[in-house]
Structures are given as C-alpha cells and as structure tokens.
Design a protein around this ligand. Sequence first.
Ligand code: HEM
Length: 480
Amino acid sequence: MAVKMNCLLYLSFSILIAISFVLLLTHYKRSKNKSKRKLPPGHMGLPWIGETVDFCKAQRKNKLYEEFIKTRIQKHGQTFKTRLMGCPTVVVNGADANKFFLSNEFKLVVSSWPSSSVQLMGEHSIMEKQGGAHRCLRGIIATSLNSAGLEGLVPKICKTIEIHLENYWSGGDKIISFYSLTKVLTFTIVLECFFGIEVKSEMFETFERVLEGVFAVPVNFPGSKFSRAKSARKEIENMLVDIIRTKRKEIEENEKEKEGEEGTLLSRLIAALIRGEISEVEVVDNVVLLVFAAHDTTSFAISMTFKMLAHHPDCYSTLLKEHNEIMSSKRREETLTFEDMKKLTYTWQVTRESMRIFPPIFGSFRKAIKDIEYDGYTIPKGWKVLWTSYGTHYSGEYFEDPLNFNPSRFEETIQPYSYVAFGGGPRVCAGYQLAKLNILIFVHYVVTKYDWSLVCPDEPIIIDPLPFPSQGMPIRISPK
Ligand code: HEM
C-alpha cells in the first residue's frame, strides 16, 4: 500500500515538473520572440490618449498630411507607430503599403470602425461583414450597378437633378449654399434613384442626426450627440421596417421582382430576404450604411470639383467644351444617356484630380488579426493600421509636382494603389459607378445652364471627421 502511494506521489510530482517545464519553455520562447520582433519607429505619446490631440488638431485644419503625417515620415520613414484614440496604431504610406494592407483584408487585417459607427450604421452592415456574407452583399450591390442598372439610372438621376435645380436654383441671380444643397441632392439620388425609396420631409434631417454621432464618444447619456444619433437611428429603423414590409408584400405578389432580377437596390435586397439569404435587420443596416457612404462623400467630391474649376479657368474652358459638344449633338429637351457619360473623359479627370487633392475619405483603419511582418517591422496582432490616401496622393514619387492641379495627368496610366480615393482590394468602394454618374450628370447640368462663381474663393476646408467647406461653399449663380 505504502509503495503504491509513493509511486502515485512520484508520478504526480513528475507530471507537475513536466507541465512547469513546458510552461516555462513556452514563456521563454514567447518572450524571446517578443524581444526579437522589431516594432516600427515612432512615438506612442501620452498614456492612453497617445498623439490623438495632435492628430485631431491637424485633421480639423485639413492639414493632416503637412502637420501629422509628413513630419513623422521625415523623422521615422514611411511606416511609423503612434497611439490614437487609445489604440496602438501603425500609419503606413505608399502604393506598396496600400496594396499590401488593402488586398490582405480578411487575411491579415479587417476593417476597424469606432464603436459609435458600428452601433449607428448597424452591426449587420456590409462594413462589418466578412467572407461569404460580405460577398453576398457586394454581389447584390454590384448587380444594381451593372451596365443595365447604370443605363436605367441615368434618366432617373437626370430627372432628380432637374427637380432639384427647379426647387433650389431657380429664381434668377442669387447666392446659394452649394455644398449644403448638393448634400440634399446626393441624399435624394441615393435613396430615390438607387434604392427606390421616396424621400419624405424630415428624412434628411433625421439621417443627418445619425451621421453627427457616427464618430462621437459612444456614451448614451440624455442630450449627448451619441444618444441623439441613437434615437434618430431608431426613427429611421421604424420607418425602414414599414417600407421593407410593404415592399416585401408587393414583391411576393410579383414573380419577376421575386427573382430580384429587376428593379431597385431595395427590391434586390428584399428578394434576397425572401430567398432567406439575408435578414430584415441586414436590409435596414445596409440602407443606413449606404446612404451614409454615398451622400457626404459624393457631395464633397462635387464641391471640390467646382472649387478647383473656379480656381483654374483654363481647365473650366476645356471642360465646358466637352459638355457643349454633347449639347450640340442633341435636340432640345433630349436628355443625357449612358453613352454620353463615356464621352465625359476630361470631366472625370477633373473630378479625379480634385479628389486626389481633396480626398473625401482620407484613409481608414484596419486591425491586425495576426502578427504582421511588414517593411522590416512587426505589427503585433490587435494593433490598428491606418492607410491614408495622402501618403501617395501628395507624394512626388507617384504624382509629379503633386500640389499642382493638373487633371491631364490622368491621361497616363497611374501606378496601381497610388490613387486610392475609392480605396482598393476587397473593400474598394462599392458605389464607385453611382458616384461617377451622379457627379458627371450634375456637372453637366450646372455648367450648361448656369454662370457661377465662388463667393469665398479661399474658404477653408475642415475635417470633422469628414471634410466639408467651412461656410457651406456659397456660390453666386445666374441662369445662362
Ligand atoms: C465620391 C464618392 C465616394 C468616395 C470618394 C468613396 C470612397 C470610398 C472608400 C475610400 C472606400 C473604402 C473604405 C475602406 O477601405 O475602409 C469606400 C467603401 C465603400 N463605399 Fe464608397 N465612396 C464614394 C461614394 C460611394 C457611394 C455613392 C456608395 C453607395 C451607393 C458607396 C458605398 C460604399 C460602400 C458600401 C463601401 C464599403 C465596401 C465594403 O466594405 O466592401 N460609396 N468608399
């Protein structure tokens, strides 16, 4: 009996020693690996807050490149570390970095939005999806923007713009707030033309209230920006659920629409809902997300196109010629077609160049899902990665004389991943074609029907956190 007890004790003791040895070895290996890994250079700043204040200050003045990124690139190189909003972050710059991080979405990194954005856009929106669910939603959006979809969108967008101009631009010579009105227009285009949802009064303001909280501190106390945004989101949710259920009934009674091969993006989403591919809450979240993704970005791109045209009269004359040629090939009252859009190459170069200098989205955050070896450094799992368009758009390595406005530079082939106004990789902008149509058609209407000039040519641009002209870009207009 005593011998048996001794044996058991001996066995337990040996197992304990073995486990301790394995644990020690693992710990040693880990700390050895940790000490071997080389973090990018840079300063983490103050505890928790890091360099957030410098980042936000520079961002607000629209000097993120000059005052935050460029100075650190000069000190540390293209890849540097910092701490932003409590998170250790690596800022990466250059076409190779854009390609590496944007194309490795889902494999090495995943997109990483602040908690307030996720709560307000909805955790079932495309920006939170990965793998098959992400592909499914992108597929539905893509079929709405195939060539048949785009052809059908042109007359709808023309009609909406005509109504908009009649409502807000008519009445002879006057001053209007260009950016603020263009926001209303792009909002109407995405909801009415793309989704097929009629815009009712107050809808714009309610969506705007949601957007105001998208980057706010996610504290839900009464009166805070975030709580106001949350209650606006609830109103939108209720309204959308009603619309979706009514539309669902209609579709279920119409076999063609049930296939999801016809109609607007909303009918395609609901057809997918009926087929059981997505849920009702996914339809709601994606309507909210797409409206958010579409209207601020497009209206800012349009505004900067006009700002740059005002500052470069020679470019304006070339652009005007392109539009007059289209006009002269048409009978009175004949509207634009999808074929006409293909002729507006210079106009699109002007817009691309304006977005190179004033990107509507300056970049976005990713989160490392494993330790990443990049540029001779290790980016530890869990750290954030910030890619920015400034790192290439403002670099002489990719764009000669980068601060000079020169739309013709887009006649040449541009190095992949150096022009990233629409992002790249699996999360490249899903609404690129809609944005392009919206911009080209609106420019056509304005330049062929109005004489216009900027009231404040040097109006500053503020980024908070999306860019906008600080005074709403007032312009003086008179009908031609
Ligand atoms: C000039 C206008 C626009 C610009 C500059 C722009 C820019 C961008 C950029 C840079 C991204 C990538 C973000 C990232 O990598 O994290 C993106 C994604 C996205 N954009 Fe746009 N966008 C514009 C208009 C639109 C429009 C009109 C729509 C929809 C109708 C739209 C829908 C989306 C969606 C759904 C995504 C996320 C795609 C995904 O996660 O797979 N965008 N956009």
